[in-house]
Design a protein around this ligand. Structure first.
Ligand code: AMP
Length: 145
C-alpha cells in the first residue's frame, strides 16, 4: 500500500522544500535539494531529494527527470567523499514501508563509512546536534560550489 499511494504534499520533505520546516542544507538548485539527515547513521549522512516533482519513491519518479536528479545525487556523494574522506560511501534508497521507507518523498541517502565504525540505526536513534550538522555541512558545501 505504501508503495503505491497518492503523494502527500504535507510529508516532511515537502515541508522542508517549501521552507515550512528547517533543514541544514548543503546544496540546492532547481532540480534537487541536499541536506543533512537529522538522525544520521554516520557522520555526514546526507539526503538528496528531487524538486518540482511529486514522487513518493524511485518507481514513481518520471523517467525524464531522473538523469538530472541522479547527477545531483552523484555530485553530492562526490562532495561528501572529498570533504570527509571516508573509507566507503553507501548510496541507497528505500521504496515502501516494508522496504524501510519512512518519508514518502523520493530521497537518496549518502552515508559515509569508515572501517571499524559501526553504522547507526536507520531513521532512529538520537537526533543530531544541529550545530554539529552545520559544522559538517560547512565542510561539504565548498565541494558543491
Ligand atoms: P527513509 O526511511 O529511507 O524514508 O529515510 C528518511 C530519512 O529521513 C531517515 O534517515 C530520517 O532520519 C530522515 N529524517 C526524518 N525527518 C527528517 C528531518 N526533519 N530532517 C532531516 N532528516 C530527516
Amino acid at each position: 500500500m505504501t508503495l503505491h499511494a497518492d503523494y502527500d504534499p504535507d510529508n516532511i520533505f515537502a515541508k522542508i522544500l517549501r521552507g515550512e520546516m528547517p533543514s541544514v542544507k548543503v546544496y540546492e538548485d532547481d532540480v534537487a535539494l541536499a541536506f543533512m539527515d537529522v538522525f544520521p547513521q554516520s557522520e555526514g549522512h546526507t539526503l538528496v531529494i528531487p524538486k518540482q516533482v511529486e514522487a513518493r519513491n524511485f518507481l514513481d519518479m518520471p523517467t525524464e527527470k531522473l538523469g538530472a536528479y541522479m547527477a545531483r545525487v552523484q555530485a553530492v556523494a562526490q562532495a561528501v567523499e572529498k570533504a570527509l574522506v571516508p573509507d566507503g560511501v553507501v548510496v541507497t534508497q528505500f521504496n515502501g514501508a516494508p522496504a524501510g521507507q519512512t518519508v514518502f518523498h523520493l530521497h537518496f541517502h549518502i552515508i559515509p563509512r569508515w572501517s571499524g565504525r559501526a553504522l547507526g540505526s536507520h531513521a532512529g536513534g538520537q537526533m543530531a546536534d544541529i550545530g554539529e550538522l552545520e559544522g559538517i555541512a560547512q565542510k561539504i558545501r565548498p565541494f558543491l560550489a
